[in-house]
Design a protein around this ligand. Structure first.
Ligand code: DAH
Length: 366
């Protein structure tokens, strides 16, 4: 039999043991339950409700359990308190880790908030020269011209010889050509060059042997020149028409049609006599100034702006392409894409090099 005092000692020992054990078990169970739930969290919204469930100040499961600690005997309080804090720390850490993992995944599916404004995706656009090329080829397609493609690395023969400029002809000098430093593969084709103009496509087109011809050749061209109006790489578009009974009025009508569509209905053209070895007669095409409409102003001086070259295909060029000049005739023109683009009404581009500097502040305006 226990004495009365022994009984009380024993009783309080059991109570202490019981409450300490009970609290430990409860905290362990809570930790495990929390951990199981945390493993399943897939969104920030779920994470928030988990945090509320366990840690909310008023009704959190852990908060309530900690309130129960008041029933723990004083001597046991530090041990139980320590354990409770460890569990609380564990919960907080775990919530933090999950939160940053969800943030890294940027899981917009699960963290989707339909009330937030959307993020605008950057969308690129065609470079202005590509835009101009598309517009130009479209304008000519509408009147039956087909766009062809010819090499940028060309033979001397197609660039000069076949265009009535034999080796040593002084007219060649105008083209400031880049020659490629390799032996010619045969005498006829001569040296490799970077084509200095799209006229090199003329005889190549004729050699196909399909008549009539109505083609455009738009491509990169190269010359040893650089300043505000020249870039060593630029683009040209060539037009070539060969058929029976083609005359200057066809040339003038086609050029006028293009100018009105590309530059605007209010622009006029004029043809000035000029010289090219591959056309006879040859012309320089001028368009009326977009600012003063032909009256004369600071920009154009005399009302007209020089645009490009054109002419009736020279009989020697037709012969080089295997076409009989007594039966067929044709006209051709070759203009700079950048030059035309820069002269478009309303565009104030005064340096061709701006088109190739890749400065987004410029490019994104067009
Ligand atoms: N190829 C000449 C140049 O680059 C331009 C040219 C003039 C092309 C007259 C033609 C033409 O087709 O007929 O300067």
């Amino acid at each position: 039999m226990l004495t009365k005092s022994q009984f009380w000692d024993y009783n309080s020992y059991i109570t202490k043991l019981f409450s300490l054990k009970k609290m430990k078990a409860k905290l362990e169970a809570l930790k495990k339950e929390f951990n199981d739930e945390a493993e399943k969290i897939k969104s920030l919204v779920d994470l928030e409700s988990l945090e509320n469930k366990y840690l909310s100040r008023k009704s959190g499961v852990l908060t309530l359990l900690m309130k129960e600690m008041k029933s723990v005997p004083k001597e046991e309080m530090p041990a139980v308190g320590k354990l409770a804090n460890e569990v609380k720390q564990f919960l907080t850490n775990k919530l933090e880790t999950i939160k940053s993992n969800l943030g890294n995944k940027n899981n917009s599916d699960t963290a989707f908030d339909p009330t937030l404004p959307g993020t605008e995706q950057p969308v690129g656009h065609l470079h202005m020269v590509s835009q101009a090329i598309r517009e130009i080829s479209g304008i000519f397609e509408d009147i039956g011209f087909q766009r062809e493609r010819y090499p940028e690395v060309e033979w001397d023969y197609y660039g000069f010889e076949a265009l009535n400029m034999p080796a040593g002809h002084p007219a060649r000098d105008e083209w400031e050509t880049f020659f490629i430093d390799r032996e010619p593969i045969n005498k006829k084709l001569g040296q490799r060059i970077l084509t200095p103009h799209t006229s090199s496509g003329q005889v190549r087109e004729m050699e196909k042997g399909e008549l009539p011809i109505r083609m455009t050749n738009i491509s990169k061209t190269y010359r040893r020149q650089i300043d505000a109006s020249h870039s060593p790489m630029f683009h040209q578009f060539e037009g070539l028409v060969i058929d029976k009974d083609i005359n200057i009025s066809h040339l003038k009508g086609t050029v006028e049609y293009f100018v009105k569509r590309f530059f605007g209905e209010d622009r006029e053209i004029r043809l000035r006599p000029h010289h090219f070895q591959f056309t006879e007669p040859s012309f320089e095409v001028d368009i009326s100034c977009g600012v003063c409409h032909g009256k004369g102003c600071k920009l154009c001086k005399e009302g007209w702006l020089e645009l490009a070259g054109a002419g009736m295909v020279h009989p020697n060029v037709l012969k080089a392409g295997g076409i009989d000049p007594k039966v067929y005739s044709g006209f051709a023109f070759g203009w700079g894409v950048e030059r035309c683009y820069m002269m478009k009404s309303g565009l104030n581009i005064d340096d061709i090099r701006l088109l190739y500097k890749n400065d987004l502040r410029v490019i994104n305006q067009f």
